[in-house]
Design a protein around this ligand. Structure first.
Ligand SMILES: C[S@@+](CC[C@H](N)C(=O)[O-])C[C@H]1O[C@@H](n2cnc3c(N)ncnc32)[C@H](O)[C@@H]1O
Length: 297
C-alpha cells in the first residue's frame, strides 16, 4: 500500500513568553549495552542518520529529562545528516559515509549544513529499491524502517550491502506504551490523535519492539537490543516532544478535516498538557527508542 506523503511542517511551537532556551546539559538516555563503534572500519552506509552514539538531542522528539525545562525548545529536532555526522566522526577523515534519504528537501538541508564534510556522500534513493554495487562495514538507520511498508524486506536488501563481519544497526520507536502514569483527558486525546494518524498513514508504531523479530525474519543474526526514552515529571516532563510530533502532523490532520491548529490550541498545548500532568503529580514518558544491532557472518 503506498504511504501518502505527509510533508513535515515548518511550523514551530513557540515556548510561552517569559521562558528562555537553555543550553542542554546532562540527560538520562539509557542504553543497556553500548554499541561498539570499533567494529566500524572505514565505510559506513547511513540511512539518513544513524549509530551507536545517538544522543538524546538527536531524538526526533528530543527532550532529555533534566535537560530542558518545561516549555523550552530542544536544541534541534530532525535534521537529515545528524547520524551521518556521528558515523563520519567514527570512521575518521580517511573513511567514507554514504547518507541516503528519499527526500530531496531533507538531503538539501543536510548538504547545505555538511557540504564541508568530505567523507560524507549524500544520495537520494529509496531504500525499498536500493541496489548498490558496493559493500559497507556498517549500515545504520534511525526512524526510517518505520516508514516503509515492509521493514523486513528492506533489512534483507540492506544486509546484502554488508561485507562479512559488517555491522547492522537500526534504531526504531515504539510509540504505543502508556505515555502518562495517570490517564488525563487532554493527554488521552493527543495520544489517540498521534497514534491513529501514524497508523492510518502506514507508519509502524511498534517497530522498536518488533525489531528483534524483523532481524530474524530478514535472516540476520539475533540482534543485541538497547532501549532509551525521555522521562520526567513536573518541570521536566518531556511534553514538548509529543507536541512537536503533533505539530508535524497538523498539515495532514487539517487536510483530512480531523482537527485544526486552532481547535487543538497548538501554541498553548505544551503548557496545558504539562499543567494537566502537574495536577496529577504524574510522570510522562517520551517515545521508546529501541536499538538493535548485530554483525553478519
Ligand atoms: C523520521 S525521519 C528520521 C530521520 C533521521 N533518520 C533521524 O533519526 O532523525 C524519516 C526519514 O526517513 C526518510 N525515508 C522514509 N522512507 C524512506 C525510504 N523508503 N527510503 C529512503 N528514505 C526514507 C524520510 O525522507 C525521512 O527523512
Amino acid at each position: 500500500m503506498p504511504i501518502p506523503k505527509v510533508r513535515s511542517t515548518t511550523r514551530r511551537v513557540p515556548p510561552p513568553t517569559g521562558t528562555r532556551n537553555r543550553p542542554a546539559a546532562g540527560g538520562t538516555y539509557a542504553r543497556t549495552e553500548p554499541i561498539r563503534p570499533r567494529r566500524i572500519r572505514n565505510r559506513t552506509f547511513t540511512t539518513a542518520r544513524p549509530i551507536g552514539r545517538l544522543r538524546p538531542a538527536d531524538h526526533p522528539t528530543a527532550h532529555r529529562s533534566g535537560t530542558h525545562r518545561r516549555h523550552e525548545r530542544p536544541r534541534h529536532r530532525h535534521r537529515c545528516g545528524d547520524v551521518a555526522v556521528i558515523a563520519a566522526d567514527l570512521v575518521g577523515p580517511s573513511g567514507h559515509v554514504l547518507a541516503v534519504d528519499r527526500s530531496p528537501e531533507a538531503l538539501g538541508g543536510a548538504r547545505r549544513r555538511l557540504g564541508h564534510r568530505q567523507e560524507i556522500e549524500f544520495a537520494e534513493a529509496d531504500l525499498t529499491t536500493l541496489d548498490l554495487d558496493r559493500q559497507f562495514d556498517a549500515i545504520v538507520g534511525r526512524a526510517v524502517l518505520m516508514h516503509v511498508s515492509s521493514p523486513v524486506e528492506v533489512l534483507e536488501r540492506l544486509s546484502r550491502h554488508l561485507r562479512p563481519g559488517g555491522l547492522m544497526v537500526m534504531h526504531e520507536f515504539d510509540l504505543t506504551q502508556q505515555w502518562t502514569s495517570v490517564s488525563t483527558p487532554l493527554w488521552d486525546r493527543v495520544r489517540t490523535l498521534i497514534l491513529q494518524t501514524f497508523e492510518s498513514i502506514g507508519i509502524h508504531n511498534t517497530l522498536g519492539r518488533d525489531l528483534f523479530a524483523a532481524f530474524r525474519s530478514a535472516g540476520l543474526p539475533d540482534p543485541h537490543l538497547t532501549l532509551g526514552a525521555p522521562v520526567g515529571g513536573g518541570a521536566e516532563a518531556p511534553s514538548f516532544g509529543w507536541v512537536n510530533v503533533l505539530a508535524g502532523l497538523l498539515p495532514y490532520l487539517e487536510q483530512q478535516g480531523i482537527v485544526t491548529a486552532d481547535e487543538i490550541g497548538i501554541d498553548s498545548l505544551t503548557q496545558r498538557l504539562t499543567d494537566e500532568l502537574d495536577a496529577e503529580d504524574a510522570t510522562l514518558l517520551g517515545p521508546l527508542m529501541y536499538g538493535a544491532y548485530c554483525t553478519v557472518g
